[in-house]
Design a protein around this ligand. Sequence first.
Ligand code: NAD
Ligand code: IPM
Ligand code: MN
Length: 354
Amino acid sequence: MKIAVMPGDGIGKEVTEQAVRVLRAVMGAHAAMELVEAPVGQAGVDAAGDPLPVQTREIADKADAILFGSAGVPGDEAIEYMMRPGASLLRLRKQLDLFANFRPAVMFQDLIGASTLKPEVVQGLDLMILRELTGDIYFGEPRGVHRNAKGEREGINTMRYNESEIRRIGHVAFQTARLRRHKVCSVDKANVLDTMQLWREVMTEVSREYPDVELTHLFVDAAAMQLMRDPRQFDVIVTGNIFGDILSDAAAMLTGSIGMLPSASMSYGKKGLYEPVHGTAPDIAGKDVANPLASILSMAMMLRYSFGLQEKADQVEVAVRKVLAQGLRTADIAQPGMRRVGTQEMGEAVLRAL
Ligand code: NAD
Ligand code: IPM
Ligand code: MN
């Protein structure tokens, strides 16, 4: 098992450290596992003058899986796109053609009280956001800020999807639904955007190959509303890159905190990139207060998806549930009467539970 570890910036470093500890423990001292650490984000700039240094790209190519923390520093949106620490992740996704991003939002029973929604709305929630990750307005050309004919600055981004990009994520959605509750909700903005009209047409075509799976469509604004009103109506939500980015942060809050939401980004084979949905959280970085559970759960997804180690993945997830049942809480999921712990102590508690 060749695993590239890319902690990145801010709390990425803190939470990845805990995920690696748990990984080593669950695999045991004799596992044929090689961990190679590589700098990304500002850490890449500091080490090699590039948020995604060439050595990091090579390590990514050779690895079976990548455990990613998070990348980005405050104000980096002012830096030229390719050199922006946060863009290292976008470049990596493109390099490895990681077009299918799985973002499961699961309500842990013991965290019901930590959700900002009513318990009866989120009880038992288990949905999968499948976000297309290598197309859309994130990568569409033309892009940039130019002077227009009037000499005024003008910003341009292009929402762009071709048929095959939509079709391949569609197939992943229907196949994922077959392993779950056989429902796919495709989220678009077909009422306004041509790209999204094509999205809806192609999803409908793909669905004909999966008569056992129910396909529904929602416009993204209505989907955002339904996620808050009745999130349990959803099984698999398939959507484009930008809508998936926004809806997955919203879905995170249903479960109590963005510090709980893991993700897996996959291509055609078993190789994947695993990372928490959250960012570098500059407001709490370096204070040992970040919740490491999203990172630990991302590592469990890695064991499951890239290495087929179902039992070990289960063990990690059970350990996380146990720690929550014991009443340990980081600040983001704090509840009255529960014991407040920091990042490291939460990691240690998961180790003990394991
Ligand atoms: P963020 O997810 O970093 O933080 C949003 C809020 O959630 C903050 O208040 C933060 O303290 C809190 N939070 C996030 N993770 C937490 C955790 N594990 N435990 C407790 N609280 C947590 O989003 P942002 O502030 O919009 O972005 C900060 C930087 O991170 C930006 O540079 C952005 O580009 C980058 N970013 C990176 C990734 C990634 O690498 N995958 C994802 C999102 C944002
Ligand atoms: C995410 C992040 C990234 C995205 C940023 C950091 C490029 O917000 O993974 O959700 O927008 O995809
Ligand atoms: Mn995001």
